[in-house]
Every structure is written in structure tokens, then in C-alpha cells.
Design a protein around this ligand. Structure first.
Ligand SMILES: Cc1cc2nc3c(=O)[nH]c(=O)nc-3n(C[C@H](O)[C@H](O)[C@H](O)COP(=O)(O)OP(=O)(O)OC[C@H]3O[C@@H](n4cnc5c(N)ncnc54)[C@H](O)[C@@H]3O)c2cc1C
Length: 574
């Protein structure tokens, strides 16, 4: 089946919806999403969106820029960070004008609260920069954006799962997708495609990420010869509910909650004497693991406590209603009175599909674009987060760069014609589906996925070294081999969610492989990538971005320089 649009957006989270809004003004546009749009993970974001509005105290986008670059451990591209922090401000006001119900100050301005790594005067003390709607900021963003898209008649194909990208004559020509309801394969021809498919936290056992975050978009482009950038940098958020990984937003610590070890000690005093619990996430997660390794986890187990007890019921009810409810529901604990068990949880992909500042996908160290192909949001790497993202900066990223990619693509579709499709555009997709649905192996997808997640957690998470990563490389060979013997029991076509899970597992394995190989190659520690065998940052050799390609013999690398404009790399102390 063939459909034709000027432009397609794959993904209906914040990034995809923002891009679609721009495009809808220019041409015939469709959004393809494997989920109903308002179920996208953006809706789970709790803590807030960062912008130097200065509503509560003095603040400037230059301070925001400095914090983001320092937080990134100097790997972020500084020209892109400047755009992020400048455009954050108008983006938040746009959301306000579209009706987003922000929490307010007594005089009616958008309220702001502190978040990890956000400071005033280039690192002096925490600043209140995160704009929020209680602890449901992402939910409100997603609903607001979706309403705007409906108003602008954006066309949605919900529960369409994209499985291939079409490239003709070096230009993007469209995508191939499976419709969940019918099982039919559809080709969508387009002049421009924007991938906004989100992250891949599901490669790890303990994660804050929704089940659908399986790195599909990254894997689809990787298989078509496009590299992935900086995938070794994966963020663990310090405070997931113990064993479950459900996120307790940094807004908790922003509002004053404190991390404590088995002795009741506020251990962050030893790791980040000035920012304490509000140090960047990579540092706090490592501190928690160190406490656990040195025997100061609670009852000798691998968790610590988050203490809300001094905040008072009123603050919890007004500012953190959802997360304190999670604690009551999932743990049976009353956070106003009892300590809450937490451990780091796999949260955010700093790396992704490489793009320039207009969202154009670039394929080499010279930033050569693929005409018509764009990426935005967590699936993309601009790079504004470098080695470690600050809290509240993803919601800014998805909207600022969702908009920029949408605008650039709108211009592109005006100036360019369709590229003709090849003779049989669906061939590769059909072959894959055929192979998976006729396989009579003995493996089950859930078991293979479980092994992948456990092994990645143990060998490639917060701490890594050559030994654990090489062992993981071997495991991935076994896992891939088992994957080739997975049997899809459901041989039907309608609502075959089992088939889609197997396809998603293939994506998870691809992305995990890129992560492990990139992490093995990078012989230094920077941001969220910590090598026990190379514990120092090494700027002379490694101040550069990884570009990982899927070659005939496995993963191959190129590297590209980091763009430094205003802030020379310095030692990172908080
Ligand atoms: C629990 C939690 C709390 C967070 N809190 C904050 C916060 O307070 N502040 C902050 O800045 N960041 C926060 N983050 C991070 C932030 O929410 C995400 O990085 C961001 O929302 C990602 O948006 P996105 O538009 O890129 O992707 P998503 O919102 O993840 O959307 C991805 C879209 O892609 C579609 N898709 C994926 N694969 C396919 C496919 N194969 N075919 C078709 N469609 C596909 C999905 O259907 C979905 O619509 C949080 C994240 C989590 C998990």
C-alpha cells in the first residue's frame, strides 16, 4: 500500500508534535506513531522545563548555557547549547500562550524551582530555573501540543510501527511501517522525514523508561548506513524507586529532599560540597553506588534513602503530588513520615542520531547532511547534552530542536520535488517480517530480552571497565544468536503485538551493541561514561564525539571535534 505526503514525522512525543506543527503550515503532513500520541513518554516527565525566565530571582541564558556545558563535562557543542538556552525562553512563553497550566507565583508569574546543576553566576549557588506544572509538566506539554496539532489538522497514523527508512539517490524518500490493527505493510513516500522516536532505556533492567522506549528509530537508520553519535553516554537518574526503577523526579531534591546512607549521613556533603544533593546526575548516581560498594547501603543492600520527612505534608501535596502518590501506591510507604528506598535507574540517552542545529541528519565527521532526513528529541544528538544531561533540559531540547527541524523541513519541502521510489520499496521490510514470523526456533523474546537487560545492568551501566565491557561484547554475540532463534507464537496478522515486541527486541540489541563497542573504544571517563580502568577525563585524546557505524564486520568508528565557542574545558567541581 502506498501513501504520499510532503513530509512525515515518526513519533508523537513532544519533539514530533512540535515538528509537525511547523510542517502543517507548509504542506501535507502525517505523524506516524506506534503509540496513541498522548501515551508517548514525554507525558511521564515530572520535574519541569528549564528556561532562564528570572521570575523568582535574577537569571540569564548565559548562566544556563554555562551550566549545560559544564554539566555535559564539556562534550556538548557550544553553538547548539547557546541556541537551546536562548530559545528556551520563547518556547516556554509559547507553551503558556497555548494554554499550558503552569504552577504560578503568588503574583501570577510562571513558578520556577531549583534543579541539579542549574546555578547562578557561573556555578556560585543553585538558581530557580525549572518551570513546572506540579510534577506533571510533561503530561501538560503533551496534551497542550496535541491539542495544537488537532487544531491545525495534522493527520495522525496511530499504532503504525515504522520498520524501515527509504533512501534513494542519496536522498530520504520515505519510510515503511506495519499497521498494528491489520498487520499490513505500508509504504509512505515523502520529501522529508523527521525521526522523533525517543530513547532506549529498555536495554537495562532497572529503568524509568516506558516499555515502548526501545531505540527503534536509531536502529532503523543504523541499518541504513547512518551512524549513531555518543551512544556510550547513558544517564542513570539517582532516584528510582528501589527495584522498580519508577522515577522520583529531581524536583524532590529541588524542593529539599535529602539522600542518606545507612548511618543517616547526608553523604553528598563528601562528593559535592557546594551543590550537595543538587549536583549533576552522573555524580550523584556514582556517589550512591560508591556508598553501596563501601557498605553504607541500607541494611547492606544496594539502595539508599531519600528523606522527605522534614518537608511537611503541604509541600508534598502541592508540589510533588504524583511522585509521593507513587511511593504510597508502589511501596506502601508514607513519605511525609518514612524514608523512601531509592537506587539509580537507567533514564536518558545523551547520544542518538547525529544532527546539525537545524535537525538535519549528518553522516560523517564533516557534518554532511542526508537531504530530506531529520531527527529531533531524545532520538537525536545535536549535541546539547554532551556526556551528561542536566535535569529539565530534555523538555527544552525536544521543543527547541523539534521546532527547528520542523521549520527547516518545511522550507525543504517547498523547494524540492519527490524522489522516485525504487522498484520494490517494501522488500526489506517484508523479508524481515517473513523471517521473524516463520522462524521455528525454541527461544522466547521475553527471555532473551531479560538476559540482555540483566547483563547490560551488570556490565555496562554506571561503572564499566575493559573486562566487563568485553564480557558484554561476548554476551551480545550469544544474545544475537538466540535472537535468530526466537519464535513468534502468534501467526496472525491483526494486533500481532508479539511480532512488534520481537522487532523491538532487535532494535534493543542493535543499540546495546553500539553502546558497548563505543564504551570500549572510549578510554577515558567523562560525564555518565565512567571507566574504572581510565578514571580521568582525557581532553587531549578524547574531547571528541563518537560516530559509530554498522559495518560488514561489526561496529566501525569515526570521530568528530567538539564545537567550543565561549567556555574552555575546565575541571568539573561542584
Ligand atoms: C519518568 C521520566 C521523567 C522525566 N522527567 C523529565 C523532566 O522533568 N524534564 C526533562 O527535561 N526531561 C524529563 N525526562 C526526559 C524527557 O521526558 C524525554 O527525554 C522526552 O520527553 C523525549 O521526548 P521525545 O519527543 O524525543 O520522545 P517520546 O516522548 O519518548 O516519544 C517517542 C515517540 O516515538 C514513537 N515511536 C517510537 N518508535 C516508533 C516506531 N518504530 N514507529 C512509530 N513510532 C515510533 C512513539 O510512539 C512516541 O510517540 C523524563 C523522562 C522520564 C522517563
Amino acid at each position: 500500500m502506498l501513501q504520499r505526503y510532503d513530509a512525515l514525522v515518526v513519533g508523537a512525543g513532544g519533539a514530533g508534535l512540535m515538528a509537525a506543527l511547523q510542517l502543517s503550515k507548509q504542506g501535507h503532513v502525517a505523524v506516524l506513531s506506534k503509540l496513541y500520541p498522548t501515551r508517548s513518554h514525554t507525558g511521564a516527565a515530572q520535574g519541569g522545563i528549564g528556561a532562564a525566565l528570572g521570575n523568582m530571582e535574577e537569571d540569564h541564558w548565559e548562566w544556563h548555557m554555562f551550566d549545560t556545558i559544564k554539566g555535559s563535562d564539556y562534550l556538548a557543542d557550544q553553538d547548539a547549547v547557546e541556541i537551546l538556552c536562548r530559545e528556551a525562553i520563547e518556547t516556554v512563553y509559547d507553551l503558556e500562550h497555548w494554554g499550558l497550566p503552569f504552577s504560578r507565583t503568588p503574583e501570577g508569574k510562571i513558578a520556577q524551582r531549583p534543579f541539579g546543576g542549574h546555578t547562578r553566576e557561573f556555578g556560585k549557588a543553585p538558581v530557580r530555573r525549572s518551570c513546572y506544572a506540579a510534577d506533571r509538566t510533561g503530561h501538560m506539554i503533551l496534551q497542550t501540543m496535541y491539542q495544537q496539532c488537532i487544531k491545525d489538522d495534522v493527520q495522525f497514523y496511530n499504532e503504525y510501527h515504522v520498520i524501515d527508512l527509504l533512501v534513494e539517490q542519496g536522498r530520504c524518500a520515505g519510510v515503511v511501517a506495519i499497521c498494528l490493527e491489520t498487520g499490513e505493510i505500508h509504504t509512505f513516500q515523502a520529501k522529508a522525514v523527521i525521526f522523533a522516536t525517543g530513547g532506549f532505556g529498555r536495554i537495562f533492567r532497572v529503568t524509568s523508561n516506558a516499555h515502548a522506549l526501545t531505540g527503534d528509530g536509531m536502529s532503523v537508520v543504523l541499518r541504513r548506513g547512518i551512524p549513531l553519535e555518543d551512544i556510550e553516554f547513558f544517564q542513570f537518574h539517582p532516584t528510582g524507586i528501589y527495584k522498580m526503577g519508577i522515577l522520583l523526579s529531581e524536583a524532590a531534591r529541588g524542593e529539599g529532599a535529602i539522600l542518606r546512607n545507612r548511618n543517616g549521613e547526608r553523604f553528598m556533603e563528601r562528593y559535592a560540597p557546594s551543590l550537595l544533593d543538587l549536583a549533576p546526575r552522573d555524580m550523584v548516581s556514582r556517589a550512591i553506588y560508591r556508598e553501596i560498594q563501601e557498605g553504607r547501603g541500607i541494611n547492606g543492600a544496594n539502595y539508599v534513602h531519600l528523606d522527605f520527612t522534614h518537608l511537611g505534608r503541604d509541600v508534598l501535596d502541592k508540589k510533588l503530588p504524583d511522585i509521593t502518590d507513587f511511593v504510597r501506591t508502589y511501596m506502601g510507604i508514607e513519605p511525609a513520615k518514612e524514608l523512601v528506598p531509592v537506587q539509580p535507574t537507567a533514564h536518558y540517552a545523551m547520544g542518538g542520531i547525529p544532527t546539525d542545529n537545524d535537525g538535519r541528519v549528518v553522516i560523517d565527521d564533516k557534518n554532511t547532511p542526508v537531504p530530506g532526513l531529520y531527527a529531533a528529541g531524545e532520538a537525536a544528538c545535536v549535541s546539547v547534552h554532551g556526556g551528561n544531561r542536566l535535569g529539565t533540559n530534555s523538555l527544552v531540547d525536544i521543543l527547541v530542536f523539534g521546532r527547528r527541524s520542523g521549520r527547516h523541513a518545511a522550507d525543504f519541502i517547498k523547494k524540492n520535488e519527490f524522489v522516485p521510489l525504487g522498484a520494490n520499496p517494501e522488500e526489506r521490510a517484508r523479508e524481515m517480517v517473513q523471517r521473524l514470523t516463520t522462524n521455528n526456533g525454541k527461544e522466547r523474546a521475553g527471555d532473551v530480552r531479560g538476559t540482555l537487560q540483566d547483563e547490560m545492568m551488570e556490565k555496562a551501566s554506571v561503572f564499566r571497565d575493559a573486562k566487563t565491557l568485553s564480557a558484554m561484547r561476548e554476551k551480545l554475540h550469544e544474545i544475537r544468536d538466540r535472537y535468530n532463534h526466537v519464535k513468534v507464537e502468534d501467526r496472525g496478522t491483526k494486533y500481532n503485538t508479539e511480532l512488534l515486541e520481537v522487532i523491538e527486541l532487535g532494535s534493543l540489541i542493535d543499540v546495546a551493541q553500539v553502546l558497548v563497542e563505543s564504551a570500549l573504544a572510549r578510554q577515558e571517563s567523562r560525564g555518565a561514561h565512567f571507566r574504572e580502568d581510565f578514571p580521568k577525563r582525557d581532553d587531549p585524546n578524547w574531547l571528541k564525539h563518537t560516530l559509530a557505524y554498522l559495518g560488514p564486520k561489526g561496529i566501525e568508528f569515526k570521530y568528530k571535534p567538539v564545537k567550543i565557542t565561549k567556555f574552555e574545558p575546565k575541571e568539573r567541581k561542584y
